[in-house]
Design a protein around this ligand. Structure first.
Ligand code: IPE
Ligand code: IPE
Ligand code: MG
Length: 247
């Protein structure tokens, strides 16, 4: 791996916990529990590599429609994760953030979440963002509401609304754009993750269930990422000329 060409921001759709559990003859919740181990390993590896931002899709706005026992189990696991990882996060200078409709989460999650967000707010090592009760469309709709409010209050003019200005209304505005998106489990869809933020992300779909995804898989994805040519609308020849003029 070339350390100079690492993605600044990696997003992961952590999928396949249920299928992993089924394959091992276990209840779905055991799959989610096993998935927490992957979160630990990948967070540690990303931090060691010096990646600036890691955003993990842990619970979607649509996941509320799952059976109530599964939702309750996931909330309990989230609480355990936040409590168990607290010292590891703080010791490693990680800033913990959360995006999504946080108000919908039960107190047993918001209580350790709010505390850890505050306690880690000044850390500069890596930003770990958990997408909880998160939907990309919901996030954009919320940003539009905030922009409309500002317009009504006279602090935002119609002519000022461009990509850069709109971006400031999104909860990810302080993070670099997503360079790499990984989805585990073999499904090839975005499932309402960071719709706006993924505009120029490289997408990698890997046929490994999340509870089996470990740092070696992450390294593999990073190598694939580094072998891609990111053109941002330009031609290959232009990119070659740009990099020649850099030296
Ligand atoms: C991802 O695993 C975790 C969440 C969505 C909370 P799934 O629970 O979606 O696992 P599969 O897709 O059913 O295998
Ligand atoms: C996406 O996975 C959400 C998370 C990983 C948290 P889902 O399993 O909910 O997505 P679909 O339903 O297969 O599209
Ligand atoms: Mg799934």
């Amino acid at each position: 791996m070339e350390p100079a060409n690492l993605p600044r921001h990696v997003g992961i759709i952590m999928d396949g916990n249920g299928r992993w559990a089924e394959r091992h003859g276990k209840p779905r919740l055991e799959g989610h529990r096993a998935g927490s181990e992957s979160v630990r390993d990948i967070t540690r590896a990303a931090r060691q590599l010096g990646i600036e931002a890691l955003t993990l899709y842990a619970f979607s706005s649509q996941n509320w429609s799952r059976p109530p026992e599964e939702v309750a189990g996931l909330m309990q696991l989230l609480r355990e994760y936040l409590i168990d990882e607290r010292s590891e996060i703080l010791d490693n200078q990680i800033r913990l953030e959360a995006i999504g409709d946080i108000d919908k989460l039960p107190t047993l999650v918001t209580e350790p979440l709010t505390e850890l967000r505050a306690a880690s707010a000044h850390n500069r090592g890596m930003t770990l963002t958990l997408a909880l009760s998160y939907g990309g469309r919901e996030s954009i709709a919320r940003a539009v509401r905030a922009a409309v409010r500002d317009a009504a209050a006279g602090t935002l003019k119609e002519s000022e609304v461009d990509v850069e200005r709109f971006n400031r209304y999104l909860p990810t505005s302080s993070l670099p754009p997503v360079d790499l998106l990984i989805r585990t489990s073999g499904e090839q869809r975005i499932s309402n993750f960071l719709l706006w933020e993924l505009a120029y992300a490289e997408l990698i779909f890997i046929d490994v269930q999340w509870p089996e995804f470990r740092r070696n898989h992450l390294y593999e994805c990073l190598e694939t990422y580094q072998a891609r040519e990111r053109r941002f609308g330009k031609t290959s020849a232009q990119l070659a000329a740009d990099s020649d003029s850099d030296v």
